[in-house]
Design a protein around this ligand. Structure first.
Ligand code: FCB
Length: 418
């Protein structure tokens, strides 16, 4: 795959959009055996390269070094997660040392002028929760909200920006339809629907809970929606066209309407008693990676289009298209909570950045923030250690970090910023 090298980041104006990087606790911390991903990684064949989240980037021990590195790149924004299984290792019993650990890290970020955006659920559950049925059971919502309360009460003086849930559509389809994520079910439509409903209710209630605990205008709550472009493989084929529209509706719109608009379709089991229609967001969080060529209900690509190391099409205009579509349905300020590329050689990541940032800059859409996925090369769930999404290279055996060319590119773009 060869994309030309980018011109300098000065080729367009970012119009005040601020830039940072995004991470997730399970993918970087290492050392935690209490979550369902660790158990998953022990099952043969579940993780492509046989690796586990136990090592990852050892961020749990190296967060000081990582914070310095982030500051040295001049990035003003950092999206990070907190590991539920570390904070609540047993149902209802919270670990004060873990909370203290995150407090230290968050204070260090703040001291360096870096604004944290904290994700409360990013694919990872404690094993005690998973064994009790995970998100398929209705009391999952209350169980998680107790955890949310604990975190917001414990960290609220250091954090005002929250991302409740990461990519509920990817989490639920990966775990219940495609068997690519724990608990590894395939074709479990009933489970899928329950999980989506509970996650959507959880977000809506968390939105109000966080605002109740942190009254004030500075509090910003949203969720990170995974959006992709669904285009018919053959635009002349009515089946392809119909399936593209259906995928878009089922995979994204039904959830945006519930989680942002508080309106639950019959597909999600109808309006829950505890959620009233109305806005449940302070920003529109968008994770965007790729486009799907639709000819059936599965991922496909358009022949001849550039793809990344994992075979995902690189389609910068799609970022603008999905943001525009969401913004028309649910107006509000946009935060790109993830966008990135698997490029092991770092040969085309700077170009990717240039094209995606440029597309946003020229779009006229109110995009306030851009969090690039990811910071240091990390553990990519069922793909393992091999895929490299970072702007910082990780040597897995020595844990040495080296800033890539694309990292310098992003840093320059961020410094130029406003
Ligand atoms: C997203 C996930 C993130 C990472 C990237 C590559 O779907 O939110 O954790 O795995 O994909």
């Amino acid at each position: 795959m060869s994309l030309p090298q980018p011109p300098t980041p000065h080729a367009y104006s970012l119009g005040g959009m601020r830039i940072g990087v995004a991470t997730a606790a399970t993918q970087i911390e290492g050392g935690d055996t209490g979550n369902q991903w660790y158990e998953w990684s022990l099952q043969p064949g579940r993780v492509a390269d046989g690796s586990s989240p136990l090592r990852a980037t050892d961020h749990w021990n190296r967060w000081r070094e990582d914070t310095e590195l982030l500051a040295s790149l001049g990035l003003p924004l950092y999206r990070m997660g907190v590991e539920w299984s570390r904070l609540e290792p047993h149902r209802g019993r919270f670990d004060p040392e873990t909370l203290a650990h995150y407090r230290e890290e968050l204070s260090a970020l703040r001291e360096r002028g870096i604004e944290p955006l904290v994700t409360l659920h990013h694919f990872s559950n404690p094993t005690w929760f998973e064994r009790a049925g995970g998100w398929t059971v209705p009391d999952a919502v209350d169980t998680w909200l107790r955890f949310v309360r604990h975190v917001v009460e414990g960290l609220g003086d250091l954090v005002t920006e929250w991302c409740t849930i990461n990519e509920p559509n990817v989490y639920a389809t990966g775990g219940y339809l495609f068997g690519e994520m724990p608990p590894g079910r395939t074709g479990d439509w009933r489970g899928l629907r329950r999980v989506l409903r509970h996650l959507a209710v959880a977000h809506c209630r968390a939105y109000h809970l966080v605002h109740e605990l942190q009254p004030g205008r500075g509090t910003r709550v949203g969720f990170a929606h995974h959006l992709r472009v669904f285009d018919p493989l053959d635009p002349g084929n009515p089946v392809h066209r119909g399936l593209a529209r259906l995928s878009e509706h089922l995979f994204q719109d039904v959830l945006s309407d519930a989680m942002l608009g508080g309106r639950f379709s019959r597909l999600l089991g109808g309006q829950p008693r505890e959620v009233r229609p109305g806005p449940h967001y302070d920003y529109l969080g968008v994770n965007y990676y790729s486009r799907t060529a639709v000819s059936r209900l599965a991922d496909g690509t358009f022949p001849g289009e550039p793809v990344n190391d994992l075979g995902w099409e690189i389609h910068p205009q799609g970022l603008v298209d999905v943001v525009r579509g969401l913004h028309e349905r649910h107006p509000g300020p946009v935060w790109i909570t993830e966008n990135g590329v698997c490029d092991g050689s770092d040969a085309y990541r700077a170009r990717f950045l240039h094209d995606h940032l440029g597309a946003l800059a020229g779009s006229g859409l109110p995009v306030e923030r851009y969090y690039h996925w990811c910071f240091v090369d990390n553990w990519e769930w069922s793909e393992g250690d091999v895929p490299r999404f970072g702007i910082v290279h990780l040597d897995h055996s020595s844990q040495e970090r080296t800033v890539k060319d694309s990292g310098r590119f992003l840093s320059e773009a961020a410094r130029r910023g406003e």
